[in-house]
Design a protein around this ligand. Structure first.
Ligand code: PLP
Length: 232
């Protein structure tokens, strides 16, 4: 990762170099970097970060907060885009935010309860989603339990949603501590015949790729230290 101080905006060249290093680290796990999508998590970085990510070859962009996602998309639209972004919603999602996000979000990664399935089915027929599973049991992480996931996947499919896979956020701690949760999520995705497994962040993506992640979600590893919330 290139050095950076919180709040400084990386250049396109910095982000390209960081992406190349991440792909090299994927390769050194023995996996094909082309088989692992890199989602650029732009949360908390300034509005210009989305354009920098696109220019660096990262069309998939992730955000955790509805307002921030809408604002960054609006900023992007002020200029002609060479590449269309695909926005991924990653955060805890309130049902009343679905409406404002519906025209913008391409993949809803944090679907974790049936109310959300209903709201999405009503507002965004056939929406592409991942069901988020709570890997650690920590309440604040979001996600349904492993036990509840098959029924939620079924409900979403019955409601006409395009369930592409499962998503999980590792518990805080060492990358190695994340491994059992990653294994369990991949096994469940296999069982449910779901191709997409969104697993791994800056500090644990190699373990995630070793265990079968198909999409890693990277913020700091691409853009450097995150500015404190509210300063962006
Ligand atoms: C913030 C966040 C990320 C990116 O985290 P980094 O450590 O910056 O790579 C990935 N996924 C989710 C759900 C996040 O909230």
């Amino acid at each position: 990762m290139s050095p950076g101080t919180p709040g400084s905006t990386p250049s396109v060249a910095d982000v390209r170099a960081n992406l190349a290093a991440i792909r090299e680290r994927i390769r050194s796990t023995g996996h094909d970097p082309d088989a692992v999508a890199v989602l650029a998590v732009t949360k908390a970085f300034g509005p210009e970060i989305a354009r920098i990510a696109l220019a660096a070859g990262l069309p998939d962009l992730g955000e955790n907060y509805a307002q921030e996602l809408v604002a960054k998309d609006e900023e992007l639209r002020t200029q002609t885009l060479a590449v269309e972004p695909t926005w991924h919603f990653l955060g805890r999602l309130q049902t009343n935010k679905v409406r404002v996000l519906a025209p913008i979000v391409g993949l809803w990664q944090s679907v974790d309860r049936v109310e959300l399935v209903r709201q999405l089915a009503a507002r965004v027929p056939h929406a592409a989603i991942l069901v988020q599973v709570n890997l650690s049991g920590e309440e604040q992480k979001g996600g349904c339990s492993f036990a509840a996931a098959p029924a939620l996947v079924g409900a979403a499919q019955d409601a006409g949603l395009d369930v592409q896979g499962l998503m999980g956020v590792a518990p805080a701690g060492s990358a190695e501590a994340a491994r059992p949760g990653f294994q369990r999520l991949v096994a469940l995705a296999d069982e449910l015949d779901l191709p997409q497994r969104s697993l791994g962040m800056s500090n644990d993506f190699e373990v995630a790729v070793e265990e079968g992640s198909t999409m890693i979600r990277i913020g700091r590893g691409l853009f450097g230290p995150r500015p404190p919330r509210g300063s962006a």
